[in-house]
Design a protein around this ligand. Structure first.
Ligand code: GDP
Ligand code: ZN
Length: 307
């Protein structure tokens, strides 16, 4: 009888998968031959797997990929062909921006939120470096996201603000961190997980700064059951083959209005009887967010035509 364990895929390079086993060891494991053909391309960082140890050569191999609770998928427009699972079992996307230095870029924030929504993964916004900007002005800038229903955290690593509340929301879950470079992602992780200085240093040097040499995603165990996931693909600002007709569903504050539009296939542009545009006119939906929607819609229409 061979040894068998459950594990989590932390990262993979050149056919070697780094697994954290249920006993806490980190093992370097290959994919069992029979899985290679059927599922090899589909194994992703974040996957929960079953591994077995060969009785003779004592080497571990992944023998089963357990069902996923979520997946970040980069789709190619026009069908499943070329679909790629960027990461599995991501519980939430944490988008980090700075209140200042660098100036926040709402269009980029909207893109990240749309990608999360298109994959049915909840998202959370972190506004770091609140010590560098006027509190009222910062809150006003991000009010539209709170109104849309996104949890917004205001943090300052310098003042130690908002860190314990954020850390609480990360426990027992896999969180993908994304956002522009220099906003304080690694500083935040360092401040929230002081015991993990080395590991976090590793993240800050290689992964969260976008200087890593591997293309794939990677997952880092923190503490209290939290994992930081880095998905480099999220930073590429392409829209992942989201169908233009589904974009409105990725703006939670449009819900409730979309159903009221005169036409079922309303794209909320110039169609008569559009309830989303009416809500924008009344000030019930943020104009900036609506403008973002229109810009992304143009972009999706364009890429769909190219394809
Ligand atoms: P990353 O590229 O997103 O990982 O950003 P870093 O963590 O490397 O931070 C970029 C710079 O911002 C560093 O010089 C940090 O010391 C600084 N920084 C990070 N958090 C804060 C903050 O809350 N307030 C201020 N004033 N500076 C910060
Ligand atoms: Zn409409």
């Amino acid at each position: 009888m061979s040894e068998s364990r459950r594990g989590l895929v932390l990262r993979g390079t050149g056919g070697v998968w780094h697994i954290e086993s249920e006993l806490g060891e980190t093992l370097e494991v290959s994919l069992a031959g029979r899985l290679k053909r059927e599922a090899g391309a589909r194994l992703a960082v974040g996957d929960a797997v079953r591994i077995e140890r060969d009785a003779r050569d004592r080497a571990w191999a992944i023998v089963e990929i357990l069902p996923r609770r979520s997946a970040l998928i980069r789709r190619t427009p026009g069908g499943a062909y070329g679909e790629r699972v960027v990461a599995a079992n991501v519980d939430q996307v944490v988008v980090v921006f700075a209140a200042a230095e660098p100036e926040p870029h709402p269009r980029m924030l909207d893109r990240f939120l749309v990608i999360a929504a298109a994959n049915d993964i909840p998202a959370r916004v972190v506004v770091n470096k609140t010590d560098l900007a006027d509190t009222e002005a910062t809150r006003a800038r991000f009010a539209a996201y709170e109104a849309a229903g996104y949890p917004v955290h205001y943090t300052s690593v310098v003042r130690g603000e908002g860190l314990s509340a954020l850390r609480e929301m990360l426990s027992q879950s896999v969180s993908t961190f994304t956002g522009p470079s220099g906003v304080g992602k690694s500083s935040l992780l360092n401040a929230m997980y002081p015991g993990l200085g080395l590991r976090v240093g590793e993240i800050s040097r290689s992964v969260l700064k976008g200087r890593h040499t591997t293309v794939g995603a990677a997952m880092y165990p923190l503490s209290d059951g939290a994992y930081a996931m880095d998905t480099p693909g999220l930073r590429e600002v392409g829209m992942w083959g989201i169908a233009p007709g589904t974009l409105d569903r990725c703006f939670p504050e449009f819900r409730g209005y979309v159903e009221e539009c005169r036409f079922a296939d309303c794209r909320h542009r110039t169609e008569p009887g559009c309830a989303v545009r009416a809500a924008v006119e009344r000030g019930d939906v943020s104009r900036e967010r609506y403008d973002s929607y229109i810009m992304l819609l143009h972009e999706l229409d364009r890429t769909e035509r190219v394809w």
